[in-house]
Design a binder for this molecule. Structure first.
Ligand code: SF4
Length: 214
């Protein structure tokens, strides 16, 4: 069984509730969405991938000597049938797994394991993908999981505020400014409205800028 892999590297988790934690990143290739602000198009279009056997991937992951792994993309759940085999093997080997996914494909039962944190996007209007969101999937997430709104402008902010007010989410809520936007505009709005969310930057981009593979 093989997975279509764009890259694998060791770095710092730059987003969400595990921000700052040293982590292995496994970036799978391919995505069926096209967000306007996508910062990983090299994993969406083109030919920058290798088809790797699950067994070889496990060997590579174990050689990096870290028990935290983030499975990202692209959209990892497009390869869900094979990904489940890898995730099961990683759980057996006591890894803590973070799955990054876009909120339109239902994660299988294995991703609800306590050793897996699902980080699911809720796409805002500036992405031009907001109609793809399946809210019943977001509402099925648990307290251990997180829902991430990437916010470009005031219109995105108001959309996100309405969604978290109207929907019954159990997962933790992250508001993250799109890369290049000023985080203070978002922090000010959140304080003004007293929203129960976390506002977080992309730490890896503060440290290294928009450089790939770190
Ligand atoms: S879902 Fe993610 S990988 Fe796919 S286009 Fe949007 S930002 Fe890029």
């Amino acid at each position: 069984m093989k997975l279509r892999v764009n890259e694998i590297f060791f770095s710092i988790q730059g987003e969400g509730i595990q921000i700052g934690v040293p982590t292995i990143f496994l970036r799978l290739f391919g995505c069926d969405l096209r967000c306007t602000w996508c910062d990983s198009m090299y994993a969406v279009e083109g030919e920058d991938y290798k088809d790797l056997k699950v067994g070889d991937l496990i060997q590579k992951i174990e050689s990096l000597n870290c028990k935290n792994i983030c499975i990202t993309g692209g959209e990892p759940l497009l390869q869900q049938d094979t990904l489940i085999v890898l995730v099961d093997a990683l759980i057996q080997r006591k890894f803590k797994i973070l799955l990054e996914t876009a909120g339109h494909i239902k994660p299988s039962h294995i991703f609800h394991d306590l050793n897996v944190l699902i980080s699911m996007d809720c796409k805002c209007p500036a992405s031009k993908m907001e109609k793809k969101t399946n809210f019943s999937i977001l509402e099925s997430l648990q307290e251990k999981d997180q829902i991430k709104f990437v916010i470009s402008d005031k219109n995105d902010y108001e959309y996100a505020r309405k969604i978290i007010t109207d929907k019954n989410f159990r997962a933790k809520i992250i508001f993250q400014p799109v890369y290049g936007a000023n985080i203070s505009f978002l922090a000010d709005l959140i304080l003004e409205d007293n929203l129960k969310v976390r506002v977080l930057p992309q730490l890896h981009k503060i440290i290294w800028g928009d450089i790939r593979g770190i």
